[in-house]
Ligand binder design. Structure first.
Ligand SMILES: Nc1ncnc2c1ncn2[C@@H]1O[C@H](COP(=O)(O)OP(=O)(O)OP(=O)(O)O)[C@@H](O)[C@H]1O
Ligand SMILES: [Mg+2]
Length: 228
């Protein structure tokens, strides 16, 4: 594949960068969409910890108001999640409490303030779809405002989103972002196989079609060579 004209940031997901010309465009905002339990949070955490390994700063916004320790209990089973990075290269920030009472503008201001403080190269908001259900304002307008704000920073952001029944990915957000990566569980049989598909990646000659993925304790989400 020809070398891409955009600066790239490695995804940290084994096998994925080969599908997207070496990594995510930098800066950019990428939606990691998919079904419940398909590995979205694991994907996003690996993105941050892979950056941390290279000395890059990461910022993880959680929208679920679960205490960080609770999420970290699940995360701790993965070998790539190294506790020594917590609070340093990987910073957690809970948006859940604020989300319950703020406007879209107040949320954007808070995110901007936190990003300015931490100055990360890698940002995660997990999951972004919760914001849509809580927000009184127009979610589609918010989606554009959020991506515009995030792209003004020198960072690549992953937003994770759960699709509503009957749709493949959260539509409002997918228009606003630079890339959409779909993580899905197949519903056929009892094998519960997983796959990844790059639906959109601006400026990138990306692979199309479904690739099989696996989740391992060592590396988290990995893309297999096999087509799905
Ligand atoms: N050690 C492991 N080995 C293999 N697979 C695992 C392991 N730990 C978790 N998984 C798989 O990862 C899935 C959960 O991943 P994750 O929490 O990242 O998904 P998610 O898409 O964020 O889920 P949710 O929709 O609940 O937010 C589990 O359902 C399981 O299939
Ligand atoms: Mg999750």
């Amino acid at each position: 594949m020809a070398q891409s004209a955009f600066p790239r940031i490695e995804s940290g997901i084994p096998g994925l960068d080969e599908m997207i010309e070496g990594g995510f465009p930098f800066p950019s905002v990428i939606l990691v969409a998919g079904s419940a339990g398909s590995g979205k949070t694991t994907f996003a955490q690996k993105f941050l910890f892979a950056g941390a390994e290279k000395g890059e700063q990461g910022l993880f916004f959680s929208t679920l108001s679960e205490p960080a320790q609770w999420m970290l209990r699940y995360a701790a089973q993965f070998e790539f999640v190294k506790p020594e990075y917590y609070g340093k290269e990987v910073i957690y920030c809970d948006l859940g409490t604020l989300l319950r009472k703020c406007t879209g503008q107040e949320l954007l201001d808070y995110i901007d303030q936190k990003v300015a403080e931490v100055m990360p190269q890698r940002i995660v908001i997990d999951p972004i779809t919760v914001v849509g259900t809580m927000m009184k304002d127009d979610y589609r307008v918010f989606a554009f405002d959020l991506t515009t704000h995030l792209k003004n920073w020198q960072a690549t952001t992953l937003l994770t989103g759960e699709a509503r029944p009957g749709e493949m990915y959260p539509a409002e957000m997918s228009y606003a972002v630079d890339g959409v990566i779909l993580l899905m569980l197949s519903d056929e049989g009892d094998a519960r196989r997983k796959y990844v598909e790059v639906l959109k990646m601006r400026g990138t000659n990306h692979l199309t079609g479904k690739q099989s993925v696996d989740i391992t304790r060592k590396d988290g989400v990995i893309v297999l060579k096999a087509r799905f």
